[in-house]
Design a protein around this ligand. Sequence first.
Ligand code: PLP
Length: 403
Amino acid sequence: MRIVEKIVYLDNAATTPVAPEVLEVVTKALSGACGNPSSHYSVGYEAKEFVDTGRAQVAKAINCQPGEIFFTGCGSEADNWAIKGTALKLAKKGKKHLITSQFEHHAVLHSMKALEREGFEVTYLPITSDGFVRPEDVEAAIRPDTALVTVMMANNEIGTIQPIKEIAAVCKKHGVWCHTDAVQAVGAIPIDVQDLGVDMLSMSGHKFNAPKGIGALYIRRGILPYNLIDGGGQEGRRRAGTENVAGIAGIGKALEMATGHLEEKMAHQRELRDYTINRILKNIPEARLNGGLEHRLPGNANISFPGLEGETILLDLDMHGICASTGSACNSDSLDPSHVLLSIGLPEEIGHGSMRFTFGPQNTMEEAEYLCQTLEEVIPRRRAMSCMWLQSENTVRDFNLKK
Ligand code: PLP
């Protein structure tokens, strides 16, 4: 039960609210354009107009051609398509090896597991204690039969931004296709696919104020992964299914808005993030930041509070009207320690007491202050009741991160 009326939403990496301007376009598309975009009469053309506009807006935001944007049902579908579509296509040429990292989203990791069950081989690259994949590790893992390298642009739990441009250059040098899961990065930091040099890039509308249930895969011209969904000729015959007209109108408008004044929005989020991190590390004993501060998403603060379970903190924060996360939302119903935190060398017991706070452009400094005040009250009170905290002075607290 909440003890306050207000809601302070600090879980923008899980999802974001639909922006009013986006809602307006979505409503217009839902209420007006009743035709099928494939139909050859005026209401069909009207619907197609929404789809064409959305595609052009998304393409412009990441600097590619509209014909290189393929709409999907979500970011997970875009990841599955890039990975499984490439694997199936290049297996025909004897390439049955894929490279990814240990701390990818489950949309990537579970796609890899599915391919392993079908006889593909996968290399899972290690992560540094600061939360980065090293391009030299990518290069060392490439083999003559490597079909694809996929490394995420920004980690969804600890927010570290990966050296994708360098990784894509390594892939190009060895003639290997390169995909990046940029679901957390698109709309949050500048993305230019020409500059990055990737062959495929996944995104998801609900991470940048579009409705849930619409994603997209950028596929560079000339790259042809197998289709995942066969049927009609939509999306240039590469992804069948009548288009989600309203979702596409929404993702286009949302991305256009997200990328406008991006530097200012990033500076604002960075201010809230750094205030929160500094104050927590200063005022709450033994709190530690997960992932390096440099090359980090502007809105991400992921902090461990040794001696406590994240679920306890989550409930306390909820009572104070604060929405946060103990890890990735898709995994928050599991009590397994986060694979991301384990990958950077955090011991299980510290990983269990970790919280992710993610700020969006709409959050305010008062909200960051309120979060810090609440944590300063809640954490010592819970620790005073925690056997784990009281009994483990020398074990839990005295841990070393891997080098
Ligand atoms: N990849 C990353 C890095 C994510 O953070 C998420 C969602 O949290 C996804 C993929 C899946 O996106 P969607 O929820 O649109 O399927």
